[in-house]
Design a protein around this ligand. Structure first.
Ligand code: BES
Ligand code: MN
Ligand code: MN
Length: 458
């Protein structure tokens, strides 16, 4: 532990400077206008992996953005850890809400503000620096493979193909990912599940052209009103989703599982205060932790149509649109859910409008084991570095590729994230605490060390 602490202490400033360099790249995968920067980011990551001591570093082309690969095989008899992360980020919009520019990392109050600071540049880069540390101090205890992709925020479609085509190269004993949250630094925790996702776009068409809202209003169905009614009908008075068969495969948790989950520290007053809301909302009969961690949900991500420019225009629009996504829990399947959503949404359309439903990306839910050597190694690493027992939690977010690691490669994952839910992922003023960044760099080598030790005993 002292070797680790000394190395981090001596290289603190450089570790931060390098992360800042990484954060300055505008690697937004969703918007083609950032293409050059996304590609430059991949090259930068490859360079840094090489500098840290990785072999066989390669920027692997795909039909979309490249995947950066690198490895250090020390000894075939040692276990192999496959580190996954993503160098792409969400769009920074709305720009006017940022206090400092999203791609000029700025420190305020010990926190780094930048798009990707936490999700996931700040987090995956901890692995690159932890790897450098282990190489430089001669403490690398496992073989390591890195796979850092550039399309996580748009669904990882090409990574899925890459994984299927590179099964031999990606052989490993465990996947290690830092792309999730902890409860807090006082209550270190490990996420043991991720929700799946089915993302849809809907288009509602009324009359064949925009109409004068005085001449036609009252006699023709307004697609925006119809869309709003249809969306509103998707939850009942208990905030239960009304789509037939939606819950069919959802397994209820046992009372023990529920009480274990609900024993995690959670302060509802603090939660509400942080978000400036008077009350929480959700499916009746479940706590907030259950609602986000164990229950499927449906959210409208965006809705548009008609006139939204300056001033007022009296118009009855021809079309209305919405992006709607559903978070899924174990045993639900994203394609099945997409299909039943489409069928239902078409069925509830009033006679005066037509509906088109188009699925976007999806991903399957996962539960990660808590009785594995790798999980124990993660628990031990946290105990050593935080001086506290790690609390298992269920995360509400999605990392679509995790289910595929299991399905295609047969490898289970450990989600050893150091972010906080309050780090404003995907929001303006995303941040990552410098403390968490260094803490991660200190904890990860311990994982490798304990994982190697515990694997020997098996
Ligand atoms: N890192 C997040 C997922 C996450 C965040 C998991 C916090 C647990 C806690 C990831 O980058 C992400 O944002 N995933 C997307 C899915 C993707 C298909 C766009 C998500 O969850 O919306
Ligand atoms: Mn992420
Ligand atoms: Mn994300």
């Amino acid at each position: 532990m002292q070797v680790i602490k000394n190395y981090v202490e001596q290289n603190k400033q450089r570790f931060l400077d390098e992360l800042f360099e990484l954060l300055r790249f505008q690697s937004v995968s969703a918007d083609p206008k950032y293409k050059d920067d996304v590609l430059k980011t991949a090259a930068f990551v490859a360079e840094k992996l090489k500098d840290a001591g990785a072999d066989k570093v390669e920027v692997c082309e795909t039909a979309g953005y490249p995947i950066v690969y690198g490895e250090k095989m020390v000894d075939a008899s040692l276990p192999t850890v496959l580190v996954y992360g993503h160098y792409d980020v969400q769009p920074p919009d709305p720009l006017e809400l940022w206090h400092t520019p999203p791609f000029e990392p700025t420190v305020r109050d010990g926190k780094i503000y930048a798009r990707g600071a936490c999700d996931d540049k700040g987090q995956f880069y901890m692995h690159v620096k932890a790897f450098e540390l282990m190489m430089e101090t001669g403490t690398l205890a496992c073989n390591v493979k890195f796979m850092i992709e550039g399309e996580e925020e748009v669904g990882s479609a090409n990574l899925g193909i890459f994984v299927k085509e590179n099964q031999e190269r990606l052989k490993a004993d465990v996947v290690l990912i830092s792309d999730t949250s902890m409860i807090s630094m006082e209550h270190p925790s490990i996420e043991t599940g991720l929700r799946g996702l089915a993302y849809m776009e809907v288009e509602v068409t009324g009359p064949n052209r925009d109409l004068h809202s005085g001449v036609y209003g009252g006699a023709v169905a307004n697609p925006i009103t119809m869309l709003c009614k249809m969306i509103a009908s998707l939850h009942d008075e208990n905030n239960h989703i009304t789509i037939p068969a939606f819950y069919d495969k959802v397994a209820d948790l046992s009372e023990e599982e529920r009480s274990a989950l609900n024993s995690a520290p959670y302060d509802e007053e603090e939660y509400k205060q942080d978000l400036d809301i008077a009350e929480v909302w959700g499916e009746k009969g479940y706590s907030t932790l259950e609602r986000t961690g164990t229950r499927p949900t449906l959210e409208v991500n965006g809705i548009w149509g008609g006139y939204t420019g300056e001033g007022a225009k009296t118009v009855l629009p021809s079309k209305a649109f919405a992006k709607i996504s559903m978070r899924l829990v174990p045993h639900q399947n994203s394609e099945e859910i997409a299909a039943i959503f489409s069928k239902h949404f078409e069925e509830i359309a009033p006679a005066g409008v037509r509906v088109k439903v188009t699925p976007h990306h999806g991903g399957e839910p996962v539960v990660t084991p808590t009785d594995s050597i790798a999980y124990r190694a993660a628990e031990k690493a946290i105990e050593t570095s935080f001086g506290k027992q790690a609390i298992p939690t269920r995360g509400g977010g999605s990392i679509p590729i995790v289910a595929l690691f299991e399905e295609v490669l047969g490898i289970k994952t450990v989600l050893l994230g150091f972010g906080l839910d309050s780090d404003a992922l995907h929001s303006p003023n995303e941040k990552y605490d410098i403390f968490n960044y260094y803490k991660g760099i200190e904890t990860l080598p311990l994982f490798h060390q304990y994982y190697a030790e515990l694997s020997k005993g098996e």
